[in-house]
Design a protein around this ligand. Sequence first.
Ligand code: GLP
Length: 242
Amino acid sequence: MRVIVQPDGDSIASLVAESIVRLVNDKPNAVLGFATGSSPLGIYRELIKAYQEGKVSFKDAWGFQLDEYVGLPADHPELYRNVIRTVIESHVDFSEGRVHAPNGTADDLQAAGPAYDTMIEDAGGVDFQILGIGTDGHIAFNEPGSSFSQGTHVETLTPQTREDNARFFDGDISRVPTHTLTQGLGTIMKAKKLVLVAEGEGKAEAIAQLIEGPVSAHWPATIMQHHADATVLIDEAAASKL
Ligand code: GLP
């Protein structure tokens, strides 16, 4: 696993966006893995800038989101499908039907997971997976105790994650959904390249476990230590417990 410490989030975002632009220019039908949360927002801003400057086109590329809340109405601004539309998709030139999220409103959620994994495989598998990390070491919504081999599945959120994410729901934890449909660690590990970004002291413990701890389901992100092409980009505050 490569670890790159940068002075701030802007330099992390530029490095990651440059690498995505290079990939999409080399392979126009690249499959990109999108994460939500605040950590990747700078990357999306840089990608939009590169597109507006004519440095890249996404018209043949694919996007697959990591996860989705279960039970939010289709027009809810925090539905991850809507978040990705707002922060990247609507500002660049993805072709219709090329960006997907797990279907958190499916009648049969158990079937929606494997169906999503099949869609990813049919598109050729994820080439470049962007990841953030939760304070409890979760990636996507794979909470502590998750299986390392699972595909896309329904996950129950921990009180810690619901509290962390309450800021997106007017600070009201009771509005944060209790369940999600998330790519499993098995799905994520199939991506050809994993790039995890994190900023701030709040992530320092999870980052220390990710980089220096044993591979353990208590800290789900640690499975990345077994990936052949994984990079972690962090600022100095997130690196402070290394
Ligand atoms: C959510 C998302 C994760 C994300 C995490 C951290 O739980 N499901 O994919 O990594 O939040 O979010 P942030 O980057 O806002 O700290």
